[in-house]
Design a protein. Structure first.
Ligand code: ATP
Ligand code: MG
Length: 235
């Protein structure tokens, strides 16, 4: 398989993310829901894009496709120049693990597992040796101001701290792309502002960021916004 060329901080001749006429139809028994109805989207290296739209408009569906957690029903998606329809599910999982860091509204940390272990775990799947895994996880947690919380489990951390652990987990593998689905949705305004600041720091260092939000105050802080309505991008 050809590797997507997604090195942070380098110029690319094509968009990192290129969606053409992407549709996604969910079939649940008798009912068909067209969650995306022909989406065109280009995201270039180093961009910081906010995807904005009301509940049910298709934002998470779009994010799942961009993050290779799901595939389009029709249309094409190139990630780092590679058409993902040509990749097997195993290839997709590898691309996901190497190139993309995820941040979710509900943090999605492993329960009853220390912050350090949560952050180190993705590196296991990249084959990083144990000692280096823990050193890198500790460094990521330090960077996010959680050096004194490494042995805490998620239930022993505040929401803002849990989201910082989740961001440490997303960035520990040095992905070229960070996808964040409502990263501030469960946070108070100060913790939310801290998270946005962190995303900006990562973006300044070359990481491409795509963030979903339905909060226009959060969206205006991105470099660029696209709006989703009823499964379509609108200006
Ligand atoms: N797995 C699924 N099966 C069937 N329908 C689904 C599925 N996931 C989403 N949908 C439908 O697709 C549409 C888009 O859902 P999606 O989760 O992408 O919206 P969203 O913009 O992320 O909303 P929210 O802001 O509430 O998170 C909705 O009408 C939803 O009911
Ligand atoms: Mg959603």
């Amino acid at each position: 398989m050809s590797q997507p060329e997604m090195q942070p901080g380098t110029e690319s001749d094509w968009p990192v993310i290129e969606l053409r006429n992407v549709t996604r139809i969910y079939s649940t028994g008798r009912l068909e829901v067209a969650a995306l109805r022909g989406v065109d989207l280009d995201v270039w290296q180093g961009d910081f894009l906010a995807i904005v739209g009301p509940s049910g408009s298709g934002k998470s569906t779009l994010m799942n496709i961009i993050g290779c957690l799901d595939r389009p029903t029709a249309g094409s998606y190139r990630l780092g120049g590679t058409p993902i329809e040509q990749l097997t599910d195993d290839d997709l999982a590898r691309v996901r693990g190497r190139a993309i860091g995820f941040v979710f509204q509900s943090f999605n940390l492993l329960p009853r597992t220390s912050a350090l272990e949560n952050v180190a775990t993705p590196l296991l799947y990249q084959g990083v040796p144990r000692k280096e895994r823990y050193a890198r996880a500790a460094a990521a947690l330090e960077r996010l101001g959680l050096g004194d919380r490494m042995e805490h489990e998620p239930s022993e951390l505040s929401g803002g701290q849990q989201q910082r652990v989740a961001i440490a987990r997303a960035l520990v593998g040095e992905p070229a792309l960070i996808l964040a689905d409502e990263p501030t949705g469960n946070l108070d305004s100060q913790s939310g502002a801290d998270v946005i600041k962190l995303l900006h720091e990562l973006n300044d260092a070359g990481t491409t960021i795509v963030m979903i939000t339905h909060d226009s105050d959060v969206a205006v802080q991105a470099r660029r916004q696209v709006h989703v309505r009823d499964g379509l991008l609108v200006q």
